[in-house]
Design a binder for this molecule. Structure first.
Ligand code: SF4
Length: 455
């Protein structure tokens, strides 16, 4: 029987309790929604598709459309090829997408369906419409792997270098909210940088209420944009774990230069992003961006007594955790635990580099970990702040630790999909939320006679 006991951690190899990740198709489905007029298609049983749609809908608070090959016992034994062919015909007839983006599931991977061959045999794909696919076996990787795989497929199926430069840079954002994608585009426009960005879920999963249901909201990258991405002067991937594979593939396939950065979370990573844009394009940093950075620095100075030297545990997706950790370090905080459920050995290397850079001697970083382990470790080494998605709320409650919901998934709050955590404005928002939970705790812990004086 596994128990939460201070000073006693038992290594587990084959059991995950409260995982800090979800399954590959969730990420693939999310990436596919970043294509304009795209229907994500789950090649497996109805249960998988329902779960993935529900999970995304609960985080984004917007209905997530997707179709399924609806495997039965027969398709599980004899293969799902005929189901997929029937599905493609029905989907084009009924839902009229421009693209069907197929991802596999544990079941179709286990029986070994050969999706490229099945797609090659399709006879009813209308002119100018496309069926693309990626493999997403969920017994390996995580939703981040699935996102990475689907974005790579977008490159593989669409992007070509026709020899005529479009004078743009291609930006591939990591696994972030639509509000972040919107913010990245705002910064690029402020900088006067012509760009193509895909996937792009802004305008899809943060679309406004109009009173009219739209199967395909107006957001998302078009097929033409993804095709033209191959004519860009270079590609900039934002998020090493989530999109470096796609950026490298685009670079290799279309013979354009590739640049890979971490997610621009916090002041240092945003500086890196802005400076990379100036280096690539030769454009100066506009005054508005300098002003935003100055505002962030002003807030950091004003509020520093409340966060300085506070310890934190951060868990979630690798690129997000590393970005948040660097921001916390640059605030003067001490992130002690960095945890991701995504299998990614480079996460531990980069985490240790961060600890070294900021002189943190006893930091703990682990990939393929779970929240039970984090809780077990926090029993004997408590921190001042817990940062991550909804599934850490029981730890925060049990240990009475202030809890900042940040990253994915956030199932029990609203508004987050619309708000950025990237860029200087995103950093201001993180700082506001972070300070709120720390200051709320000070007030909650204050004795009655001191309460009025707590500032
Ligand atoms: S069976 Fe596999 S693909 Fe389906 S929901 Fe479970 S982990 Fe995900």
């Amino acid at each position: 029987m596994l128990e939460l006991t201070p000073n006693e951690y038992k290594e587990r190899k084959a059991l995950r309790i409260n995982p800090a990740k979800t399954c590959q198709p969730v990420g693939a489905m999310y990436a596919a929604l970043g294509i304009y007029e795209c229907m994500p298609h789950s090649h497996g049983s109805q249960g998988c598709c329902s779960y993935h749609r529900t999970f995304l809908t609960r985080h984004f608070k917007d209905p997530v459309m997707a179709t399924t090959s609806s495997f039965t016992e027969g398709s599980s034994v004899f293969g799902g090829g005929s189901n997929l062919k029937t599905a493609v015909k029905n989907i084009f007839e009924i839902y009229k997408p421009r693209v069907i983006a197929v991802h596999t599931t544990c079941l179709s991977e286990t029986i070994g369906d050969d999706i490229p061959t099945i797609i090659g045999q399709l006879e009813n794909v209308p002119e100018g419409k496309y069926v693309i696919h990626t493999n997403t076996p969920s017994y390996v990787g995580s939703h981040i792997t699935g996102y990475s795989n689907m974005v790579k497929s977008m490159v593989k199926y669409f992007s070509k270098n026709t020899g005529v430069s479009n004078g743009k840079i291609c930006v591939i954002p990591g696994f972030v909210n639509p509000g972040d994608m919107r913010e990245i585009k705002r910064i690029l426009k402020q900088m006067g940088v012509p760009f193509i960005m895909f996937p792009d879920t802004s305008g899809v999963l943060d679309s406004p209420m109009t009173g009219k249901f739209e199967m395909y909201p107006k957001g998302g990258a078009t097929v033409e944009e993804m095709q033209d991405a191959g004519n860009s002067s270079c590609v900039l991937g934002l998020g090493e774990t989530a999109v470096s594979a796609a950026a490298r593939l685009l670079g290799k396939q279309c013979k354009i230069k590739e640049h890979i950065l971490g997610l621009p979370i916090g002041i240092e990573a945003t500086d890196d992003f802005i400076l990379k844009l100036t280096e690539i394009t030769g454009k100066p940093v506009p005054e508005e961006i300098e002003e935003e950075r100055g505002q962030l620095v002003d807030i950091m100075i004003d509020a520093h007594p409340y966060y300085d030297k506070k310890t934190a545990a951060i868990y979630g997706d690798p690129d997000t955790v590393l970005g948040l950790a660097e921001f916390c370090f640059s605030l003067g905080m001490i992130p002690k635990f960095l945890i991701t459920g995504t299998p990614d050995p480079s996460f531990e290397i980069k985490g240790k580099e961060l600890f070294d850079k900021f002189g943190a001697k006893d930091g703990f970083v682990k990939h393929s970990a779970d929240l039970f382990e984090l809780h077990q470790r926090l029993k004997s080494d408590k921190v001042d702040l817990l940062i991550g998605g909804t599934h850490g709320k029981q730890i925060a409650r049990a240990e009475n630790i202030p809890f900042l919901r940040m990253g994915f998934p956030i199932l029990d709050r609203y508004v987050h999909p619309y708000m950025p955590m990237v860029g200087y404005r995103g950093a201001m928002r993180i700082l506001e939320l972070l300070l709120n939970v720390l200051m709320d705790k000070r007030e909650a812990d204050a004795a009655d006679e001191d309460f009025e004086l707590v500032m």
